[in-house]
Design a protein around this ligand. Structure first.
Ligand SMILES: Nc1ncnc2c1ncn2[C@@H]1O[C@H](COP(=O)(O)OP(=O)(O)OP(=O)(O)O)[C@@H](O)[C@H]1O
Ligand SMILES: [Mg+2]
Length: 248
């Protein structure tokens, strides 16, 4: 099962959600591949590695004469693999625009990665050709969304794009769920927006704003690994359980 972790808004915890949920799935014994589809390479860096360390990256998979997918995959933990990204993805994105069937390049490449129980694609913060590639490759979308009004309204645009991809290239694509992020219980607005999100969408998790969540960023450890007993880590494990249950 392939998930796109998508939202065109920046800083809504797409990368953090991808890493923590993937880690929780891997710890539950599932074979997981994370795909860093953002030229900022935040996911790659979050895992404690430098993009330049890797001989092959997502660019080598998406270029005109691509490498075989297994040559772009690196093991980073037990049951957990990564296709890393690098800044060069920004220029490759331009090249991608001139290709035939340009939104299906990733989908075709991932067909060869059939051994995984779950593939999670960390999307960039735009509705770009890269995000379209993720949506075309995915079975379902997980949307991290901040609990503020503009983030809530921003979901309409993403839903329109998902509908379009569904109509044109990927009829089975659907929204698996929303993860409400950076929630602050003491902020009245956040509670109102959380209620609105729950009314309209399937909210599969709520993660609170917390300094604890960012502490391990220097040593490549996500909160699920570093602080498994924290409330935030437990929430990511809960989301992983919902995914495993929903995908049986
Ligand atoms: N629970 C949390 N509370 C506060 N900050 C957090 C929390 N979890 C993660 N962060 C921090 O929030 C920032 C943005 O997170 P992240 O990079 O996951 O968002 P993103 O949606 O992937 O961003 P972009 O749109 O740039 O790709 C990061 O610095 C991250 O370490
Ligand atoms: Mg990101």
């Amino acid at each position: 099962m392939i998930f796109a972790i998508a939202n065109q808004k920046g800083g809504v915890l797409k990368t953090t959600t991808t890493y923590n949920v993937s880690k929780a799935l891997a710890e539950a014994g599932k074979c997981v591949l994370m795909v860093d589809l953002d030229s900022q390479a935040s996911l790659t860096i979050s895992t404690g590695h430098e993009p330049s360390e890797y001989q092959n990256t997502i660019c080598d998979l998406l270029k005109k004469r691509p490498e075989k997918v297994e040559k772009c995959i690196y093991n980073i933990a037990e049951n957990l693999d990564l296709i890393p990204s690098i800044i060069d993805l920004a220029s490759l994105e331009m090249e991608l625009m001139s290709r035939t069937a340009r939104e299906s390049v990733l989908s075709r490449a991932l067909e060869e990665a059939a051994k995984y129980d779950f593939i999670l694609i960390d999307c960039p913060p735009q509705l770009s050709i890269l995000t379209l590639n993720a949506l075309a490759a995915a079975d379902a979308v997980i949307i991290p969304c901040k609990t503020d009004y503009l983030s809530y309204r921003g979901l309409e645009q993403l839903e329109n794009t998902i509908d379009e991809v569904q109509d044109l290239v990927n009829p089975d694509l659907h929204i698996f769920g929303i993860v409400a992020t950076l929630y602050e219980m003491v902020v009245k607005d956040h509670n109102e927006i959380l209620d609105m999100l729950k009314e309209k969408y399937n909210v599969i998790g709520v993660t609170k704003k917390s300094a604890l969540a960012t502490k391990g960023i220097y040593d490549g450890k996500c909160v699920v690994e570093r602080d498994p007993r924290s409330e935030i880590a437990k929430e990511y494990v809960k989301i992983a359980n919902i995914i495993m249950k929903g995908c049986k």
